[in-house]
Design a binder for this molecule. Structure first.
Ligand SMILES: Cc1cc2nc3c(=O)[nH]c(=O)nc-3n(C[C@H](O)[C@H](O)[C@H](O)COP(=O)(O)OP(=O)(O)OC[C@H]3O[C@@H](n4cnc5c(N)ncnc54)[C@H](O)[C@@H]3O)c2cc1C
Length: 475
């Protein structure tokens, strides 16, 4: 028996890859998945009505790179190709991304030409950042914050107005704490090995490129040919975990909802018992844990306090999500992806996504305001109510977007400890956790957003890798 702990995208994808590998071998895979809530999909949740879709968690997926193409392969395999709504590179949601600085919205440069012209809030054309990199000294470091790295190589304005809001948008985090390896591992290696990013870039041109060995599906090829920027799923992203869950059930995976595990007992290298508070137990030869690291820490602390401590050292942040629908024929916003607010502005909001521009088949104007993240407690305290977050969101919408009418519908959600923060030293910490597991012969693999990347593509790819790394464990 093989167990999957957690039915978010990480757990569901693990099931998908275990089934796929099993089809290629002649193993008789017996697989079960335990999910604490009454729903599979984790943070992916969509509220669908005939007029609008409110996404309470993620809304767009990137099609690019190895991990992006891998997800598209999975989408096609699950029969989701027809449901995909791409945003191509010439769409406003692809090339108009704004930041809110000093009481104004500014469009960030999105093409090569705009790098040569000065645009607010930057005091010089962005090309100057490259000169900065060439002339600046470098520092040999094991890791650094992404803010420090970008400030050192490209200047403070790029760190404040480009990278800091981007980090807010990706993980609701503080660029001054997040590891440079989270987004810029290769650029950091260029600096460490060659003394600068541009120098490293030139040297890398001389090296032969290694091709990925991923076979591309028709859908992945189409995304490349049509230059998709991002995509979403018609009717809401929730269709994706729903389809994955059905795929698992159709293939005889036993999916148990409302099944919260509260302790894991490792018996030996091929036996593990998952225990519920009501005394029920589930025995497996191996468990793939996709629950957040802090939650797993609680389950293993009795037998492995040192492992539990390292797992709980991975910090998470809370995000407030306010979805708003305005039933007006004329759009209340300009076509764009939305805007982010750099932390230096000290605003109560992280940013606003213009959903009616990014998600198809929406009537009127649909917006999502994101609040808190790294600054949640500082801005809203321990006991913020949904009403409080709604009031803050509406006030900011009036101030920034000049929308003075009341929303026709809204939904507020406080997503507690929803996004892991890959702070300085994260990758070394994850290596240490996996070393501990290997040296103690624990029959557990770690998947999900706590370890190998926080986005949808990362979580799916990590599941694939973990299943490939433990092929003998099935059956
Ligand atoms: C607000 C927000 C916006 C985002 N936007 C994007 C985006 O636009 N694009 C993108 O690519 N990514 C985005 N992400 C990231 C993406 O949502 C995550 O990478 C992904 O959903 C994480 O999946 P997971 O399975 O690792 O974790 P989770 O979704 O947290 O799933 C873990 C599951 O484990 C269950 N569980 C926990 N403890 C137990 C237990 N003891 N016993 C049994 N079950 C348990 C939980 O109930 C849950 O279902 C966003 C995330 C958030 C929060």
């Amino acid at each position: 028996m093989t167990a999957i702990l957690g039915g978010g995208l990480g757990g569901l994808s693990t099931g998908y890859y275990l089934l796929k590998n099993n089809m290629n071998s002649n193993n008789n895979l017996k697989l079960f998945l335990l999910e604490a809530t009454n729903y599979c999909g984790g943070w992916i949740k969509s509220i669908r009505t005939k007029d609008y879709v409110f996404e309470q968690g993620p809304r767009t997926i990137r099609p690019k790179g190895l991990t992006g193409l891998n997800t598209l392969n999975m989408m096609q395999d699950l029969g989701l190709s027809e449901h995909i709504a791409p945003i191509k590179s010439d769409h406003p949601a692809a090339n108009i991304r704004m930041i809110y600085v000093r009481n104004n919205l500014h469009t960030l440069p999105s093409n090569l030409m705009s790098v040569f012209t000065k645009s607010q809030p930057f005091s010089k054309p962005l090309i100057y950042a490259l000169f900065n990199d060439i002339k600046s000294p470098y520092k040999i470091l094991p890791d650094d914050s992404i803010y420090n790295f970008v400030e050192r190589r490209f200047g403070k304005e790029i760190a404040d107005y480009a990278i800091s809001p981007m980090i807010c948008g990706i993980c609701a985090g503080d660029a001054k704490e997040i590891s440079v390896k989270f987004l810029m591992k290769t650029l950091f290696e260029y600096e460490q090995n060659h003394g600068g990013v541009i120098k490293g870039l030139f040297k890398s041109f001389l090296k032969p490129k290694s091709d990925t060995d991923l076979d591309l599906s028709e859908l992945a090829k189409k995304a490349q040919e049509e230059k998709w920027n991002v995509y979403t799923i018609k009717g809401g992203l929730e269709t994706f975990p729903d389809t994955l869950q059905n795929h698992l059930i159709e293939n005889n995976v036993n999916v148990s909802l409302n099944t919260k595990v509260n302790e894991i007992e490792f018996v030996d290298s091929s036996s593990v018992v998952l225990k519920q508070a009501n005394g029920e137990t589930h025995t497996a030869n191996h468990v793939y844990s996709s629950i957040p690291a802090y939650a797993l820490a609680n389950l293993v602390k009795k037998q492995h306090p040192r492992l539990a401590q390292t797992l709980s050292d991975i910090p998470f942040v809370t995000v407030g999500i306010v979805n708003l629908y305005f039933d007006k024929d004329e759009p209340l916003i300009q076509p764009a992806f939305g805007f982010l607010v750099p932390p230096i502005e000290n605003s109560p909001i992280l940013g606003v996504v213009f959903d009616s521009c990014c998600i198809p088949d929406q009537k009127g104007t649909v917006l999502t305001v994101m609040l808190g993240g790294k600054w949640y407690k500082e801005k809203f305290g321990e006991n913020a109510t949904e009403k409080m977050l709604l009031e803050v969101a509406l006030k900011e919408i009036v101030k920034i977007l000049d929308i003075k009418i009341d929303p026709t519908a809204y939904h507020v959600n406080i997503l507690k400890q929803c996004i892991p923060q890959y702070v300085i030293g994260h990758y070394e910490r994850v290596a240490k956790i996996r070393e501990y597991i290997a040296s103690n012969n624990l029959p557990i693999s770690l998947v999900g957003c706590s370890y190998d990347g926080v986005g949808i593509n990362d979580v799916i790819y990590s599941a694939k890798q973990q299943v490939e790394e433990n092929p003998c464990l099935q059956g």
